[in-house]
Design a protein around this ligand. Structure first.
Ligand SMILES: Cc1ncc(COP(=O)(O)O)c(C=O)c1O
Length: 386
């Protein structure tokens, strides 16, 4: 074959032929516990029957429609999505696109149009996507584009003093992930988040939370703002919001959104009926009684499992994060990638991060506390070998 795929990804040696719930099925019949969840995408697990039914029925009823037409799936999505939102006196406005990067581009576009400023503050360790504006506010190793589309200022994470100096009335937007996932699930201090909120209130800069990973119930609350008690002016989400179909969602306080011409935004596929039917189903499930309780209970079980043999040769030293976005910090003498490989031999898939000492867990939110015992058993096998 002449056609070569660009080598963007270092692929794992996992010949996957299928997936069911929280397990990947390999060609040789092995079943691997998926604690990576398709990188936060499989909110309801692989092949969720309810989601499958919704997609199938929507496809039969109205598979696609131009955004010039209104349809029932849009109304269902708006109603289900609104139910989980943090309180906001004037309400929220939403724009639907296709990916996390696009959702962030749109949030930045909103912020800079609203403030009529051209400077954006972002943070060391940040990842917001690969398109021009999203890459401009990402702390990437490779420069994605020859120049940034607006002025950017990179600040250290959790540094209240530096933020206080840098965020002034020239800043149009401050963008951050409430937990920096790729950086190793780094946690924000309460003081840091409260300071950013106060500085944005004082200067008029738009505070944007990138909830591409932390959203849709992942932290045990629908949104990170409800977990941290700090509400941004705009937030974005993607990944798991439609349970496996491509989506990007930008949410902005209505009083800001209404001051920006809506015609600045648009998308062919974004907000189509199929993806909105799926996103409505996910939002509905996240809001169901008990759903987020399961996220919290499973989080506690995974934490316990990860640390249970820490004092007797187990590889994990400490844990960061919340809900089902967890960073497992391996002991200083170990490398996270080696522990990931060893866990894979035990049929448990976890992720790595940009921090060589941190593994990431981002399983489906339907994982149960009982599933955590498989992590405990796998870590025990590693401890014996150590
Ligand atoms: C926090 C965060 N923001 C944005 C993105 C970009 O999302 P997408 O790949 O859907 O463009 C990602 C992707 O990993 C992410 O983790």
């Amino acid at each position: 074959m002449q056609l070569k795929e660009i080598d963007a990804y270092a692929r794992l040696p996992l010949p996957v032929v299928g997936a069911e719930g929280n397990e990947l099925v390999l060609r040789d019949g092995r079943r691997v516990l998926d604690l990576y969840g398709g990188h936060c995408v499989n909110t309801l697990g692989a092949g969720d029957p309810g989601l499958g039914r919704v997609i199938n029925e929507q496809w039969k009823r109205l598979s696609f429609a131009t955004n010039l037409l209104d349809h029932e799936a849009r109304g269902c999505f708006m109603a289900a999505f609104e139910r989980n939102l943090p309180p906001e006196a004037d309400g929220w406005s939403v724009f639907v696109s296709n990916s996390g990067a696009e959702a962030n581009e749109n949030a930045l576009k909103f912020a800079l149009a609203f403030t009529r400023r051209r400077k954006v503050v972002f943070f060391k360790g940040a990842f917001h996507g690969r398109t021009a504006a999203a890459a401009a506010v990402s702390d990437t190793k490779l420069a994605a584009f020859p120049s940034t589309p607006f002025d950017v200022v990179k600040l250290p994470w959790n540094d209240v003093e530096m933020a206080s100096k840098a965020i002034d009335t020239s800043v149009g937007a401050v963008i951050l992930e409430p937990y920096q996932s790729l950086a190793g699930v780094t946690e924000p201090s309460a003081e840091f988040l409260a300071t950013l909120r106060r500085l944005c209130d004082r200067t008029g800069a738009v505070l944007i939370f990138d909830e591409v990973q932390t959203g849709s119930g992942r932290l045990g609350t629908p949104w990170a703002s409800q977990h941290f008690g700090v509400v941004p002016d705009a937030f974005t989400t993607a990944k798991g919001a439609a349970g496996g179909l491509p989506i990007g969602i930008t949410v902005v306080r209505t009083k800001m959104a209404s001051a920006v011409p809506g015609k600045l935004f648009g998308s062919t596929f974004g907000g189509g009926p199929l993806v909105l039917a799926a996103a409505a189903h996910v939002a509905h499930r996240v809001g169901e009684p008990g759903f987020l309780d399961n996220v919290k209970a499973t989080s506690a079980a995974l934490r316990k499992a990860a640390l249970q043999n820490s004092g007797s040769g187990g590889p994990i030293a400490s844990i960061r994060g919340a809900g089902l976005l967890l960073g497992l910090v391996v002991k200083p003498e170990l490398k996270a990638s080696a522990v990931r490989d060893a866990l894979l031999e035990q049929n448990v898939l976890v992720g790595t991060s940009d921090d060589p000492q941190v593994l990431r867990l981002s399983p489906a939110l339907t994982l149960t506390p009982a599933d955590a015992t498989r992590l405990a058993t796998a870590l025990d096998a590693l401890a014996v070998k150590a």
